[in-house]
Design a protein around this ligand. Structure first.
Ligand SMILES: [Zn+2]
Length: 411
């Protein structure tokens, strides 16, 4: 073991550049365990390369080529453990999601081995506990290698690439039609360069989101296809999600005007998601895709519909809403004024947003963890107030600014 190259030497050896293509990973750094897996790949490549050269470096060749021991401190095996624990902890729902992912996407031998080892530890253990507390560094590294490999298969799939390009072109075509029909303002951003990043479940599913469009970066991140047993079916599952999830993310990335957070009444998360999803539904209808059982952001959409539809000229109100979303600051002023007229009150959208935040805080103070279910409860509560006692909700001034609680559920 003494002579085994330390990963730092292996990684900094310039002769390894050519081997990167054989062992290289394309997945972004944010994939769980990416750094550790990359380091172990490079170490393996180094040893392989040295053995081919057969020169004085032969001393490096040892029977145990890829050691996780040396990776543990230096690279992110410990970070991976910490991240898994912060995401799943003792939460039953999260542990179930992790278990489903592991049992369906890792090789059967690994699933069996985990069960056996957990048994020896004195009974059933969750995957979260096993990965964090029981698995050896080698076992964890092996799980991460499979996990990275799964993502890699999808990230580099030509079939995925073709389907992504097809959806992009369709979206551009319909966006132009919507502009010509006067439904939205002129798209300001260029969609042609956008890239798909196959998202790690640890960055999507376990953060209660299916995908997201990072601000200021021309990419959309979608949850990896998972849940079935072969790469082909996983690739198909990823592609199946495109028409629903991609459209929503494209709307975020390309049609929603950039405004600083809290700059406008419509920049709040609930309105932003409600309008994004309403507009996405418009796209899907134009594509001719039947929409059934779609539940994305239902409470947000229902609340916004209540606000907008409560007057005779609802159709015109929606037009103003979509132009506020895709247009200029002036468009936003026109829309928020219209809402105030509908409800015969001032700062209606701000008051509703502040009340949602206040309801969330109430629930969290009772000891609940801030997650999507809290958000839904708060929005539903405010919707009910608007139905039953709008004067009570909308009178007076906007409440003292309630600090927004961080919520992971961004789609
Ligand atoms: Zn969204």
């Amino acid at each position: 073991m003494e002579n085994n190259p330390h990963p730092v030497e292996a990684i900094s050896d310039p002769r390894l550049e050519m081997l990167e293509n054989i062992f290289g990973l394309h997945s972004p750094e944010r994939t769980l365990g990416h750094t550790a897996v990359r380091a172990s790949n490079r170490q393996a490549a180094y040893v392989l390369r040295m053995s081919e050269l057969g020169d004085e470096t032969e001393q490096y060749i040892q029977p145990r080529k890829v050691s996780s021991q040396v990776l543990s401190q230096k690279y992110d095996l410990d970070d991976s453990r910490a991240k898994i624990w912060s995401l799943v902890g003792n939460d039953t729902g999260m542990n179930t999601l992790l278990q489903d992912y592991c049992t369906l996407n890792l090789p059967t031998y690994m699933v069996g081995m985990m069960a056996e080892r957990a048994q020896k530890q004195g009974g059933a253990q969750s995957w979260g506990e096993w990965l964090v507390k029981t698995a050896s560094d080698d076992e964890l590294l092996n799980v991460l290698q499979w996990h990275n490999f799964n993502i890699e298969q999808q990230q580099t799939s030509e079939k995925v690439d073709r389907a992504f390009e097809w959806h992009k072109e369709l979206f551009i075509e319909v966006a132009n039609e919507f502009y010509e029909d006067g439904i939205i303002s002129k798209p300001q951003k260029n969609i042609a360069d956008i890239k798909l990043v196959v998202g790690d479940v640890f960055d999507t599913l376990l953060k209660e989101r299916i995908g997201y469009a990072p601000i200021g970066v021309p990419e959309v991140v979608l949850q990896q296809g998972e849940g079935l047993f072969t790469h082909d079916t996983r690739v198909n599952k990823l592609i199946d999600s495109f028409s629903r999830v991609l459209t929503h993310e494209f709307v975020h990335a390309f049609l929603c005007t950039s405004f600083e957070a809290n700059e406008s009444a419509i920049s709040s998360r609930w309105i932003n998601e409600a309008l994004t999803e309403e507009l996405s539904r418009g796209f899907r209808m134009r594509y001719g895709i039947e929409q059934k059982n779609e539940t994305a952001y239902t409470p947000e959409r229902m609340l916004l519909r209540k606000i907008i539809d409560s007057s005779e000229n609802a159709e015109d109100n929606w037009k103003l809403a979509l132009h506020a979303f895709t247009g200029t600051d002036d468009d936003r002023v026109v829309f928020t004024n219209r809402v105030d007229v509908i409800w015969k009150a001032t700062d209606v959208l701000e008051k509703i947003t502040a009340d949602i935040a206040a309801e969330e805080q109430k629930i969290v103070r009772l000891g609940r963890r801030m997650d999507r279910s809290v958000e839904i409860e708060a929005i539903t509560q405010v919707h009910w107030k608007l139905e039953t006692n709008p004067e009570g909700l909308l009178r007076g001034e906007v409440d003292t600014i309630v600090e927004n609680i961080e919520v992971a559920a961004l789609e």
